[in-house]
Write a protein that binds this ligand. Structure first.
Ligand code: HEC
Length: 214
């Protein structure tokens, strides 16, 4: 009888020791929200931008950032119809013209953009002698030399898609900003008044020099 009592006491004792041991070992996380009764209230089921997630139905891995639905145009963005190929480049040169007026405001903004995105390669006066441009295997051609008669549509096309060692700038500059930079390049090409490309586009046939007609 006595032995049984001792046994019971010792078993109870052992369990209490273990219980005390476990609870005292447990380090409480001060940031823990404790027991979650309704996890959705703590953990939002909405997607974070840039994350990948798995579609429940198909198991397909999707990006939270979605592409625009085909055939739709995002507000503030105009579709660019000329393809990134030789034909697109040629057509842009022939048919694409600057919709912006050549005024001081646009030129000033074009100059600012040029200073942020282009000057390090093309140089302050557009000679291709910027800090980076001078170190490229082939420096960017001069705007007043080899590129003197480059049509504005081709300039826009190249800024959009890039060319050779020049990367595309469509994600950095809106179409309007690209046209403003084009205006500024034309100012570098022809500081006094209208740029050659604009004269060619706006001139009446009588004013056009024979070699520009081609
Ligand atoms: C990384 C250096 C670099 C940067 C930055 C850069 N360019 Fe260029 N750019 C070049 C090079 C190199 C070429 C020559 C490409 C070729 O013909 O292979 C070029 C060519 C051009 C041409 C002539 C395109 C043609 O059709 O022949 C234009 C116009 C031009 N760049 C404008 C810009 C403008 C505007 C910016 C800024 C928004 C800019 N570039 C930024 C390196 C650069």
């Amino acid at each position: 009888m006595n032995k049984k009592v001792i046994k019971t006491v010792s078993v109870v004792g052992l369990f209490s020791c273990l219980a005390i041991g476990f609870t005292s070992c447990e380090k409480r996380d001060p940031n823990s929200p404790g027991v979650e009764f309704m996890p959705d209230m703590y953990r939002s089921p909405s997607l974070e931008s840039n994350m990948a997630y798995t579609m429940l139905e198909s198991g397909e891995i999707m990006q939270a950032n979605r592409l625009p639905v085909k055939g739709t145009v995002a507000r503030g963005y105009l579709p660019y119809v000329y393809g990134n190929d030789t034909a697109g480049y040629g057509n842009a040169g022939r048919h694409l013209h600057n919709p912006l007026p050549k005024n001081e405001t646009n030129l000033k903004q074009g100059e600012e953009l040029y200073g942020k995105f282009c000057v390090h390669c093309h140089g302050t006066s557009g000679q291709g002698d910027g800090l980076v441009g001078g170190k490229l295997p082939g420096s960017p051609p001069s705007f007043t030399g080899a590129l003197k008669n480059l049509p504005e549509g081709k300039m826009f096309h190249t800024i959009t898609y890039g060319k050779g060692l020049m990367g595309p700038h469509a994600s950095q500059l809106t179409q309007e900003e690209r046209w403003k930079v084009v205006l500024y390049i034309q100012k570098l090409q022809n500081p006094e008044g209208m740029a050659t490309a604009n004269i060619a586009a706006n001139a009446t046939p009588a004013e056009t020099k024979p070699e520009e007609k081609k």
